[in-house]
Design a protein around this ligand. Structure first.
Ligand code: IDP
Ligand code: MG
Length: 151
């Protein structure tokens, strides 16, 4: 099933110049970028985005990290894209993330793990709404679409 997911290159990834390589991986896979913007996430938005973690020991550090500089927010679209994008990112702790994944190739510690991805289709819908308006989501065809999917 073709679905959308939300992804974000976090401020460490932006600052370390990893945006291009991260985006390249999604493009190489044939995953379609249907929205993208750079923003410094306001604290209130960060709190809503990570509300499931409110009260946890790392919550304050997480908010400081995620609001510390610009992030690159994206909506990705593809077959089973929530799970596929998460698999490409790897486990939350880069120490546990397999080589070949974004976190496994570029990160070392959980608190600086480069990228966020929605963990379920419900989260994806919620997070896309938090960060993007409907008119910011493109409905374009890409050149190789005919060869990425069966009819
Ligand atoms: P996820 O990003 O793989 O979905 P979550 O458990 O939802 O992982 O945690 C959200 C984010 O919070 C992580 O990506 C990471 O940046 C941060 N985080 C999670 N657990 C810890 C921790 O124990 N120490 C520091 N940061 C953490
Ligand atoms: Mg999560």
């Amino acid at each position: 099933m073709i679905e959308k997911t939300f992804a974000m290159v976090k401020p460490d990834g932006v600052s370390r110049g990893l945006v291009g390589r991260v985006v390249q991986r999604f493009e190489d896979r044939g995953i379609k970028i249907v929205a993208m913007k750079m923003m410094r996430i306001p604290r209130e938005l960060a709190e809503r985005h990570y509300e499931e973690h409110k009260g946890k020991a790392f919550f304050d550090d997480l908010l400081s990290y995620i609001t510390s500089g610009p992030a690159v927010c994206m909506v990705l679209e593809g077959e089973n894209c929530v799970a596929t994008a998460r698999a490409m990112m790897g486990k939350t702790n880069p120490q546990d993330a397999a080589s070949g994944t974004i976190r496994g190739d570029f990160g070392q510690v959980t608190g600086r793990n480069i990228i966020h991805g929605s963990d379920s289709s419900e989260s994806a819908k919620r997070e896309i709404k938090l960060f993007f308006n409907d008119y910011e989501l493109q409905k374009h065809e890409v050149a190789d679409e005919a060869w990425l999917f069966e009819k």
